[in-house]
Write a protein that binds this ligand. Structure first.
Ligand code: SF4
Ligand code: SF4
Length: 243
């Protein structure tokens, strides 16, 4: 049976229909809206495959085992989070549909259950993160809370070479534009203090020789971002227009 995107299926649902005393209510006239080849751009799969974390994308045979075992999809009932479908859309190059999930993809919690279960050895978690990166770098995807957290985390770690949990929490709150009630802050602070993880302000540690290491890491991060940005294919030309 072919796999078809839900957005292309148009169903005429009849809630109550009787013909000569027989109840024939149900789904009638199921049509697939047409899709033309120019909607698809296989360069996406080529790009994902060319990245160190995306090279296993072409092994996927769409069995759906990853989705069936994914904690977000199954345990948390987040139906729209469907790793098999993300891979499928990237494989066929259906960018317009894929972009609808640009933020959803980043809700992956990296539990790697999908990787353990995949019968084809697809590194599902890495592949879908690479697809998310493609969507970000090629423009149009709004920065998600996960992206903002990544940014805050990286900046925090680069600062002193050791994570300052309290500062990370404050930065993330600022980026998200929210304020935690004072009582909750106190509770969190005490928990961090008791667990010996309150490395902030006067208690702050610093990794020895970190300045040199930070320069190396910053240069590597800048180079990596520039390389990935440069390798993203140009967006597909809409049908009917010349490149
Ligand atoms: S389990 Fe593996 S082969 Fe099956 S759909 Fe998921 S990624 Fe593809
Ligand atoms: S790593 Fe992500 S995609 Fe895989 S099972 Fe966990 S949440 Fe789902």
């Amino acid at each position: 049976m072919p796999i078809v995107e839900k957005s292309l299926v148009s169903v005429d649902r009849v809630e109550h229909l009787e013909v000569e005393g027989i109840d024939v209510s149900g789904d009638w006239n199921t049509f697939l809206r047409s899709r033309v080849v120019t909607d698809l751009d296989v360069k996406i799969a080529d790009w994902v495959k060319g990245q160190p974390q995306g090279e296993t994308i072409s092994r996927c045979w769409q069995c759906g085992t990853c989705t069936a075992g994914c904690c977000l999809h199954t345990d948390y009932g987040l139906e729209e989070f469907n790793p098999r479908y993300f891979i499928y859309l990237a494989q066929i190059g259906y960018e317009e549909e894929l972009r609808r999930y640009a933020s959803t993809i980043w809700r992956c919690v990296s539990c790697n259950k999908c990787v353990e279960r995949c019968p084809k050895g697809v590194k599902v978690e890495e592949v879908i993160h690479t697809i998310g990166t493609y969507l970000e770098l090629s423009g149009g995807a709004a920065e998600s809370p996960a992206d903002r957290f990544d940014r805050a985390y990286t900046e925090n770690l680069l600062g002193r070479g050791i994570l300052d949990e309290a500062a990370l929490f404050r930065t993330y709150e600022r980026l998200e534009g929210r304020r935690t009630p004072a009582r909750e802050l106190l509770r969190l602070g005490l928990t961090l203090l008791k667990s010996g993880r309150l490395h902030t302000g006067p208690f702050a540690h610093r990794t020895r020789g970190w300045n040199r290491m930070r320069k190396v890491l910053e240069a590597k991060l800048t180079e990596d971002r520039a390389r990935r940005r440069a390798s993203v294919p140009a967006p597909p030309v809409p049908s009917g227009r010349k490149p």
